[in-house]
Ligand binder design. Structure first.
Ligand code: APR
Ligand code: ZN
Length: 248
C-alpha cells in the first residue's frame, strides 16, 4: 500500500496541472449513500420514478418527498478526510479544479473553491418552467413537503431541485469548462465513481488521450481501472496519506 501512496505522490509532484473527478464514493464516508453497489440508492428506488422530468410531471409530491429526504440527509452531514485533503491540495496549488458528479456541497464546505458541478447542486432550487429563470437557495419550504409543494414567486409554476435528471442535458458551459480542464490536465485523480455515467466518465479519457495520466481511487474495479496509470483499490480517505507524502 505504501508503494501506491508513494507512487501517487510522485505522479502528483511531477504533474503541472492536476484536476480531480469525484463521484458519490467520496461522500460515502460522510454517511451519504452512493447510487450503485450493495447499499446504493438505485437498489432501493427506481431512478426513473424519482430523477426524471417525466417522474416530476407525473408525481411531483413523490419526487419532492425523496429530494427533501436527500437534502435533510446531505445538509446534516459533514465533509470527510478525503474532501479536506483535496481542499488542502488546492491550497497548496496542486489541485487546480475539482469536477464533481455530486450534488452535495461537501467539497465547498471542506474549503475547496474551484469546484464544477456536472450534475447541478441540491442547494439550488429552480423554477420548473423552462421560460422562467427564477432560482433560490432558500429551502424553508422543505418541512411542508409533501403537503405543500414550493411554487415559483415569479410565475407560479412548481419549483424543483436544481439537479440534472436522467434524460436532461448538462449545463453546456459547465460541460465545456470540464472538458477544457481535462484537456489542460497532465494528471487527473478519479475518486469514488463507478465511471458508468456519461459524459462524466469520458472526462479522464480526454486527459489520457492528450498524454496525461489517470490515478483512480476506488475500493472496486471500474471500466476506467484498466485505463488508469495507477489504480488504488482503497477508500477515498487514502488521499489524506498521499497528502502527507506531498508535504514531506
Ligand atoms: N471511497 C472511494 N470510492 C468509494 C467508496 C469510498 N469510501 N465507497 C464506494 N466507493 C465507490 C464505489 O465502488 C463506486 O464505484 O464509489 C463509486 C460510486 O459509484 P456510483 O454509486 O455509481 O456513483 P457515481 O459514480 O457518482 O454515479 C454517477 O450517476 O445516478 C447518477 O447523477 C448520479 O452523479 C451520479 C452519477
Ligand atoms: Zn417561475
Amino acid at each position: 500500500m505504501l508503494t501506491e501512496i508513494k507512487r501517487a505522490a510522485e505522479l502528483i509532484e511531477n504533474s503541472s496541472y492536476t484536476t480531480v473527478l469525484t463521484g458519490a464514493g467520496i461522500s460515502a464516508e460522510s454517511g451519504i449513500p452512493t447510487f450503485r453497489g450493495k447499499d446504493g440508492l438505485w437498489n432501493k428506488y427506481r431512478p426513473e420514478e424519482l430523477a426524471t422530468p417525466h417522474a416530476f410531471r407525473k408525481n411531483p409530491s413523490l419526487v419532492w418527498e425523496w429530494y427533501a429526504w436527500r437534502m435533510k440527509l446531505v445538509f446534516s452531514r459533514e465533509p470527510n478526510t478525503a474532501h479536506f485533503a483535496l481542499a488542502e491540495m488546492e491550497k497548496l496549488g496542486i489541485v487546480k479544479k475539482i469536477i464533481t458528479q455530486n450534488v452535495d456541497d461537501l467539497h465547498e464546505r471542506a474549503g475547496s473553491k474551484n469546484v464544477l458541478h456536472l450534475h447541478g447542486k441540491l442547494r439550488d432550487i429552480i423554477c420548473s418552467s423552462s421560460l422562467c429563470s427564477y432560482s433560490t437557495q432558500n429551502i424553508d419550504f422543505i418541512d411542508s413537503i409533501p403537503e405543500k409543494l414550493p411554487e415559483c414567486p415569479k410565475c407560479g409554476s412548481l419549483l424543483r431541485p436544481g439537479v440534472v435528471w436522467f434524460g436532461e442535458s448538462l449545463n453546456p458551459e459547465v460541460l465545456t469548462s470540464a472538458f477544457g480542464e481535462a484537456e489542460k490536465s497532465d494528471l487527473i485523480l478519479v475518486v469514488g465513481t463507478s465511471a458508468v455515467v456519461q459524459p462524466a466518465a469520458s472526462i479522464p479519457l480526454i486527459t489520457k488521450r492528450r498524454g496525461g495520466k489517470i490515478i483512480e481511487i476506488n475500493p472496486n474495479e471500474t471500466p476506467l481501472s484498466y485505463e488508469s496509470d495507477l489504480s488504488i483499490r482503497n477508500s477515498a480517505a487514502i488521499l489524506q496519506e498521499i497528502l502527507l507524502h506531498l508535504k514531506k
